[in-house]
Design a protein around this ligand. Structure first.
Ligand SMILES: [Zn+2]
Length: 366
C-alpha cells in the first residue's frame, strides 16, 4: 500500500513557543504557560475583552469559592489539597479579599469585637482555665508589662506637653495658653503646670490609642493563621502530612470566620440601630435554651460565658463538617476536636491577639 504524502495532514499541529522556544501542541505552551499567539490579539476589541474577562472571571471565581467555603465546609480545602485548584480562588487571594471587605463592613456597622479597648488586657488570661491555673504569674507579667508601657508612654507625652508650655513662660512666672487663632488665652500659675500637663496627657493618650487600635485590630488577625495551622497539623499529622496543607485549612477556616462575622454584624448586630432590643436577636432563642436558670450551671461549665458560647455556635458546626469531610473521623471524635479547636481559637482571639494588638498600638503611638 502506498501513501500520498501530500494528502496526509499532521494529526496535531506543532507550535514553537515565542517565549521559551519549547515546541508544543494545543493552545498553551506546556513548558512556560505562554498562550498561542494570534495577530487578532492586538486589536482594541481583544484588549477590552480581556479587561472585562479578567474582572468577570476573577470575581466569579472568588465569589464562588467564598460561597462554597461557607456552605460546604472543608470542600474547597479538600479540592485544594487534592490538587484541584484552577476552579477556585487560591487561599491567599481569598483571604486578602475577604479581610478587606471585613474591614469595611465591621467599620461601617461599628462592631468592635476585634478592636480592643485599653484595659481589655486584664481579662482572658490563660490561668482563667482550670487546667492552667499555674500560668497565673505569666498572665500577671503580661498585664504588668502592658500597663507599664502605657504609663511610660503617658510620662513621655506629659513631658512633651510641659516642654511646649515652657516656651510660653511669662515675666511673672506663669505660662500662657493660647487657643487657635489667638482668640482665647489663659494664664496658668507656674506651680500648676504639671497638673495641667497630666490632665492633657490623659485625654490625648486615650484619643491617640483609640484612633490607632482599630487598624491593628482588624489587620493583625492573620497572625492567628500559622498558630491554628500548627494545631491542625498536630491533630491530623498523618492525614495532612505538610504544614502547607494545614495552612490552607486554617486560611479557609479564617475566611469562613470573617465571612460569618460580617454576616453576624449585618444581620444580628446592625438591627440595634433600629431598636436597642433588636441587637443580637438571633442569639436570644439559643440563650433561652442553653442559659436558663436550670441548665446554665452545666452550659457554663462546658462552654463558659454566654459570649464564649456564642462563638461555639459560630465555629463548631463549620469545623465539625469540615473535619468530617476532610478526614472522615468518627463523629464523637469530631465533636471533641471541633469543641477543642473552638475553645483554643476563642482564647487566641480574646486572650492572646487582643493583648498583642494593645501592646503594638501603645508601642506605635506617636
Ligand atoms: Zn513556552
Amino acid at each position: 500500500m502506498e501513501y500520498k504524502v501530500s494528502n496526509v495532514k499532521p494529526a496535531v499541529q506543532i507550535h514553537t513557543c515565542r517565549n521559551c522556544k519549547h515546541t508544543f501542541t494545543g493552545k498553551i505552551c506546556n513548558h512556560c504557560g505562554e498562550k498561542l499567539f494570534n495577530e487578532k490579539q492586538l486589536t482594541a476589541k481583544h484588549f477590552f475583552h480581556q479587561v472585562i474577562d479578567f474582572f468577570w472571571h476573577w470575581e466569579n471565581k472568588v465569589l464562588k469559592t467564598i460561597k462554597l467555603n461557607f456552605f460546604k465546609p472543608g470542600f474547597v480545602t479538600k479540592e485544594n489539597i487534592n490538587g484541584i485548584r484552577v476552579p477556585y480562588a487560591n487561599p491567599v487571594q481569598l483571604y486578602l479579599v475577604v479581610s478587606l471587605v471585613f474591614y469595611l463592613v465591621v467599620t461601617k456597622v461599628g462592631v468592635s469585637d476585634y478592636t480592643p479597648s485599653f484595659g481589655d488586657h486584664h481579662y482572658y488570661g490563660l490561668s482563667g482555665y482550670a487546667a492552667f491555673k499555674w500560668a497565673r504569674p505569666l498572665d500577671e507579667k503580661v498585664v504588668n508589662a502592658i500597663d507599664s508601657a502605657w504609663t511610660r508612654k503617658g510620662r513621655i507625652m506629659q513631658r512633651e506637653i510641659q516642654d511646649e508650655l515652657s516656651s510660653n513662660l511669662q515675666a511673672d512666672g506663669s505660662f500662657k495658653l493660647t487657643g487657635r487663632n489667638n482668640t482665647d488665652s489663659f494664664y496658668i500659675p507656674g506651680n500648676k503646670t504639671n497638673v495641667y500637663a497630666f490632665r492633657q496627657m490623659m485625654g490625648a493618650r486615650w484619643t491617640l490609642f483609640h484612633s490607632t487600635v482599630g487598624t491593628y485590630g482588624k489587620t493583625l488577625i492573620f497572625l492567628l493563621l500559622p498558630v491554628i495551622a500548627a494545631l491542625l497539623l498536630l491533630l491530623f499529622f498523618k492525614k495532612l502530612k505538610y504544614y502547607g496543607a494545614a495552612l490552607i485549612f486554617s486560611t479557609h477556616f479564617m475566611v469562613y470566620n470573617l465571612c460569618f462575622f460580617m454576616l453576624h454584624a449585618l444581620i444580628n448586630v446592625a438591627p440595634r440601630y433600629i431598636s436597642e432590643n433588636l441587637g443580637g436577636w438571633m442569639l436570644k432563642p439559643f440563650l433561652y435554651v442553653f442559659y436558663n436558670d436550670w441548665i446554665s450551671p452545666v452550659t457554663n461549665f462546658i462552654f463558659g460565658s454566654e459570649f464564649e458560647f456564642m462563638h461555639f455556635l459560630f465555629w463548631m458546626p463549620w469545623l465539625f463538617v469540615a473535619i468530617k469531610r476532610l478526614f472522615n473521623t468518627p463523629w464523637w471524635k469530631n465533636l471533641l476536636i471541633s469543641f477543642f479547636l473552638s475553645k483554643v481559637f476563642y482564647f487566641l482571639i480574646y486572650g492572646v491577639l487582643k493583648k498583642i494588638v494593645i501592646a503594638v498600638t501603645i508601642w506605635s503611638m506617636h
